[in-house]
Design a protein around this ligand. Structure first.
Ligand SMILES: [Zn+2]
Length: 265
């Protein structure tokens, strides 16, 4: 009954706030990792995007005016994470704040002598526990997304991680997934990745992932969606765990599209 009521409410929201088809189609085409979706996936993503925009408050900061395409672009990247899950994975918070470019966030730390130091750090994105997601449009816009680097996916992966507390690289796993397998896989891969970054290797996966296990999960999620075949070849165990968690196989999707492209030549 509860489920039926939720579906009814969602359908009402979709009926009263449909996406503009032309803007939506243009936004999907503007991101390589969305362009490879098949028709059913595009439709499903569009449904999540419309519901996301109904449920969240997205607004510009520092004079940035958000138009429809910008809203769709941010929501589409975020909703790729929950394409095969549910919008409830983004529960417990409502705000998305978008700055035109990198923004300054206050930082404080206490040194060994007990003295509090404060400074401001330039960030492309930030996710608060129980609070907003803050983004830089310059880093989230189509065309500005690097290979396997995506600030929107990164911050929303933190939101999934935070569903069970701290940003520690351990989101709530689905029934049937093994906590032991998750920890063993991620810990081994994290150690290896840190060794490679420390050795100065030019890794195709963002070296920022070596900062902390929580950052590693977010960066691996960026790679999972942005450069899935590279992640699958470098860390097949991590790829397999993320495929179970997100219930998607982006590497297979990329291969399928690659085959079609070759057949069309
Ligand atoms: Zn992060």
């Amino acid at each position: 009954m509860v489920w039926l009521f939720k579906e009814w409410r969602r359908q009402r929201a979709l009926d009263s706030h449909p996406l503009d088809p032309a803007t939506w189609a243009a936004v999907v085409e503007s991101f390589p990792f969305l362009r490879v979706l098949d028709d059913a996936e595009r439709e499903k993503l569009g449904r999540w995007v419309a519901l996301f925009l109904c449920g969240k408050k997205m607004h510009g900061a520092a004079g940035l005016m958000l138009d429809q395409a910008m809203r769709y672009a941010i929501a589409a990247q975020a909703c790729m994470l929950i394409l095969e899950l549910d919008l409830d994975y983004f529960r417990g918070w409502v705000e998305v704040v978008v700055y035109p470019d990198e923004f300054l966030a206050p930082r404080e730390y206490v040194d060994e002598a007990g003295v509090v130091h404060s400074h401001r750090e330039a960030l492309a994105g930030e996710a608060w526990l129980g609070g907003p997601v803050i983004l830089s449009w310059a880093d989230a816009a189509p065309g500005n997304i690097g290979d396997g680097v995506n600030v929107v996916i990164h911050e929303f992966a933190h939101k999934l991680d935070m569903l069970n507390g701290d940003t520690d690289g351990y989101p709530p796993l689905h029934r049937g997934m093994s906590r032991t397998a998750w920890f063993a896989t991620f810990e081994t891969a994290y150690r290896d990745f840190c060794d490679r970054v420390d050795a100065g290797e030019d890794t195709p996966i963002d070296p920022y992932g070596s900062e902390h296990p929580g950052e590693f999960f977010a960066v691996m999620t960026e790679a999972f969606f942005g450069i899935p075949q590279i992640l699958q070849s470098q860390y097949p165990g991590v790829y397999a765990q993320l495929a179970l968690f997100y219930r998607q196989d982006p590497a297979a999707r990329a291969r399928r599209v690659g085959q079609h492209a070759r057949m069309a030549v």
